[in-house]
Design a protein around this ligand. Structure first.
Ligand SMILES: Nc1ncnc2c1ncn2[C@@H]1O[C@H](COP(=O)(O)OP(=O)(O)OP(=O)(O)O)[C@@H](O)[C@H]1O
Ligand SMILES: [Mg+2]
Length: 291
């Protein structure tokens, strides 16, 4: 009985197995076709993405070039306005009435701010276009600090704020681009002075991790709420405050500083508490490697 049963069941099993095999073959063919279709889709998306990235690169390049040309072209007329205002204030062509003196002073101040803005824009455009040249050289930190001190002396108009440069201790000779480094520190210090009604702005430098140096600009000013700590390093970003309304500025200084710090192989950071003050720091290698 047993034997008879097996022989009649075997062909049925085989047929079922064959049918299952055919079905799974069909399934796998369908799957392969689907996969191929998906592959084509992915490839099409990929080339579209490439195209868009290329267009974006072109747009960025155009924007940078436009900014660079525009800011460059602005420099000459601003220069003339500034020198004419200087001549008038120096009474080269005769004296001015007090009111004229005030008005020309205003022209001079505004054109100086305009010139600064144009310089920042030009620098930003250059950084974006990858055209900023880093020219490293050897220099002593003491010399850079005293140059900065000299630069800020004439603009320290608020007697209630002291600007202190700490004596650099145990800092090796640096090999980096001193002009870019000075540009970053200048922006940190001028911000600190702008946003500190009274107290102190302290600039220091220390060694970190053996081969890096960290510069800190501490102030006892109005501080910055934590939610703005990241955004202030973006272009045109400013935090609204009662002080801000009375101050000039474009909100480009920190974003430019951040990019310059990256070009020097380092980075910038902020720690701040509203009402207490801020610490802006820059950490860079003491010696910039040749690219
Ligand atoms: N030391 C500081 N204390 C408080 N707020 C600060 C300080 N430094 C920067 N900020 C805030 O960050 C913003 C951006 O600074 P950033 O230097 O980029 O622009 P700005 O000083 O307003 O203009 P610019 O530097 O282009 O003349 C400032 O407008 C201010 O709101
Ligand atoms: Mg600034």
């Amino acid at each position: 009985m047993d034997v008879v049963n097996r022989t009649t069941e075997e062909p049925r099993d085989l047929a079922a197995a064959l049918a299952a095999l055919a079905a799974s073959r069909g399934e796998s063919r369908a799957l392969r076709a689907e996969l191929e279709e998906t592959n084509h889709g992915v490839l099409a998306l990929y080339s579209e993405l490439e195209l868009q990235a290329e267009q974006l690169r072109e747009a960025t390049e155009l924007k940078s070039r436009f900014l660079a040309y525009m800011s460059h072209e602005f420099r000459t007329p601003i220069g003339s306005i500034r020198s004419i205002a200087r001549l008038l204030l120096d009474h080269v062509d005769g004296p001015l009435t007090p009111e004229q003196e005030r008005q020309v002073g205003f022209i001079q101040q505004t054109s100086a701010e305009f010139a600064e803005m144009v310089d920042d824009l030009l620098d930003l455009a250059k950084v974006e276009a990858g055209r900023v040249e880093i020219s490293p050289g050897w220099f002593e930190m003491v010399d850079l600090f005293s140059a900065l001190r000299g630069m800020f002396k004439p603009v320290l108009t608020n007697a209630e704020v002291h600007l202190v440069f700490e004596e650099p201790q145990d800092i090796p000779k640096l090999y980096t681009d001193d002009r870019k480094l000075s540009q970053i520190l200048r922006n940190f210090v001028s911000n600190a002075l702008k946003f500190t009604p009274r107290g102190e702005v302290r600039v220091s430098v220390e060694r970190v991790d053996g081969d890096r140096v960290r510069f800190c600009v501490r102030d006892t000013g109005i501080g910055i709420a934590p939610e703005f700590h990241a955004s202030i390093f973006e272009d045109y970003s400013q935090v609204q405050s009662s002080l801000q309304k009375r101050l000039r500025g474009t909100g480009l200084g920190l974003s430019l500083s951040k990019r310059l710090a990256e070009l020097l192989g380092g980075g910038v950071a902020v720690a701040s508490e509203p009402g207490k003050g801020s610490v802006f720091s820059l950490t860079i290698p003491a010696q910039l490697d040749a690219p």
